[in-house]
Design a protein around this ligand. Structure first.
Ligand code: SF4
Ligand code: SF4
Length: 179
């Protein structure tokens, strides 16, 4: 997912997240940057632990911030599947909802919040056929962990679960390893 920043009304979870992010931004970014050079033994097990800890604290249906301020990238398969669902041609679907990212040529949403987000209950109206990028977000378990440190560094700003996930990893790794 990439970012298109818009102003949205925030709930308590997101207000708290914003404060926590401001407090921890530098330290978490520096921690993640070190994965450019280093890794730790058993990182995949630690990632599993951190992921479980984060999801105990954050409920996506109280948040939906990724669907509000970011846009998924639509692959060719996504476009085919989702336009078919709406009985639209891929061309018509693209003209109605998508644009091409000038930086990398990706097909992305034209508007935020995402047109498929139900703002009343924070549910995705095309959940079963949503873009692969949405299904994989926030990418906690992509391997190798260090190959996705730049993604997590971006996501800690917008995703409360990612902030918890990286905070857990930082505390664990800095207390148990020379880092
Ligand atoms: S993945 Fe992150 S940003 Fe998206 S709804 Fe869940 S906690 Fe919020
Ligand atoms: S398609 Fe669904 S999951 Fe993906 S950004 Fe839109 S509302 Fe969120």
């Amino acid at each position: 997912m990439c970012f298109k920043i818009i102003t949205v009304s925030t709930n308590k979870l997101l207000s708290n997240h914003e404060l926590e992010y401001k407090k921890k931004k530098k330290s978490l970014s520096a921690f993640l940057k070190k994965f450019d050079e280093k890794t730790v033994p058993g990182i995949n097990g630690l990632v599993d632990e951190a992921s479980n800890a984060a999801w105990k604290e954050v409920e996506c249906l109280s948040c939906a911030n990724c669907c509000k301020v970011m846009t998924p990238t639509f692959t060719k398969e996504d476009l085919k599947r989702i336009s078919k669902h709406f009985r639209m041609s891929e061309k018509d679907f693209s003209s109605k909802w998508l644009e091409t990212d000038k930086d990398n040529g990706d097909k992305v949403n034209r508007i935020q919040p995402c047109q498929f987000l139900n703002l009343k209950d924070n549910k995705c109206s095309i959940y079963d056929i949503r873009p692969e990028d949405c299904a994989k977000f926030p990418h906690f378990k992509r391997k190798p962990f260090g190959g996705f440190n730049h993604i997590h560094t971006q996501n800690i700003e917008y995703c409360p679960a990612t902030l918890k996930f990286i905070t857990y990893l930082q505390e664990k790794i800095e207390s148990e390893f020379e880092w």
